[in-house]
Design a binder for this molecule. Structure first.
Ligand code: SF4
Length: 346
């Protein structure tokens, strides 16, 4: 189905997106046409992606997000890339859920460093009702009171849990599809692709923004990569947020020997994501720290309009944080300002 413009379409662009533009939101992409886009000469692909990007995101700003692991390690799932899976010997120790004040301290630091979105991740298969979930709801309320966008990634959720997260003020829920349905079984066996789609539906039904993307470098084919993007774009509503990650192979995980992703493959994936989902925030996520300045800028030219700071990157004085800031300054990249409707002095 093709809609002529954003106006009149059920899916609303991200609140920071400028006024509606005449870029169609399509939900009927076919694999061959997406593959043909992916295989365009690189500069032609980047040009097309940048044209779509600038038609929609006229201010051309980049959102800084911060990701905090609020509950690390000990996960019962078997995601082949993940050092937090209890079954792999990666040196990551299982920790308890962080206390609310600690999380809010980290959120404040992130805000001071310029982040406008705070993402909290727990290494759980699924959310369980009880004191721990109540604690997470308090974290969401606390992050909202700081005037930041709040996002969580907690594994699978039920309808009522999604509704409670929404009531607490959650803006977005992250649950990645990771890869194509065809390749998925090679990476994860402890839950199905369909389980993931159901969680996304529950999040959507609760009125929470959907953050859903994938990882490249999982041993997938180009078709798998394109099929993931087709699956995302052909949902009734495009995810508001699409993180594109490059595998960072971790010793002890089944994918430890995988070859590093070529930065230009990231550029292509981001460009195609931008063309397929013009109004979504496309987030250059894991793997960014391994990329050169030039490759990161090429990703932004291809339509990435958000980057993540890891929690350790948030302290000013940290060399990687300083490097990020220097890159933004050198290239004149404008970060998205904090939400001015909410006071930042709390
Ligand atoms: S569910 Fe999340 S934390 Fe658990 S193994 Fe998979 S990616 Fe890692």
């Amino acid at each position: 189905m093709t809609s002529p413009s954003f106006s009149g379409h059920a899916h609303q662009p991200h609140p920071h997106a400028p006024s509606p533009a005449e870029v169609p939101l399509r939900h009927d992409w076919a694999l061959p046409e997406v593959r043909a886009l992916y295989e365009l000469p690189l500069l032609e692909l980047v040009y097309r992606a940048q044209s779509v990007h600038r038609a929609v995101w006229k201010e051309n700003k980049v959102q800084l997000c911060s990701l905090l692991s609020i509950k690390t390690g000990g996960c019962s799932e078997d995601c082949g890339y993940c050092p937090q899976a209890a079954r792999y010997d990666t040196g990551v120790k299982a920790e308890k859920l962080m206390a609310v004040p600690e999380v809010l301290d980290a959120a404040k630091k992130a805000r001071e460093a310029g982040a406008t979105r705070f993402c909290m991740g727990a290494a759980w298969r699924e959310v369980k009702d009880g004191p721990q979930f109540d604690q997470v709801l308090d974290m969401v309320r606390g992050v909202k009171s700081l005037g930041m966008e709040a996002c969580c990634t907690l594994g699978m959720v039920t309808d009522s849990q999604a509704q409670r997260l929404k009531a607490a003020g959650l803006d977005a829920y992250n649950h990645n599809l990771d890869t194509s349905e065809q390749h998925y079984g090679e990476i994860i066996t402890t839950r199905t692709y369909d389980d993931r789609l159901k969680t996304l539906e529950r999040v959507r039904n609760a009125g929470i923004g959907v953050c859903c993307g994938g990882i490249i470098g999982l041993g997938e084919s180009i078709d798998d990569r394109c099929q993931l993007l087709v699956t995302l774009a052909n949902q009734a509503h495009h995810p508001e947020s699409v993180p594109v990650n490059a595998l960072v192979p971790v010793e002890g995980t089944p994918l430890q020997q995988n070859q590093r992703v070529d930065a230009l493959d990231m550029v292509r994936t981001i460009a195609v994501a931008r063309i397929l989902m013009p109004a979504s925030m496309v987030r250059l996520s894991a793997g960014r720290q391994q990329m050169s300045d030039e490759a990161q800028l090429l990703c932004m030219l291809a339509g990435a309009n958000s980057v993540f700071f890891g929690e350790k990157l948030l302290t000013t004085g940290n060399p990687e944080f300083a490097q990020d800031m220097a890159l933004f300054a050198k290239a004149g990249v404008k970060p998205l300002e904090p939400n001015v409707d909410r006071p930042l002095s709390q």
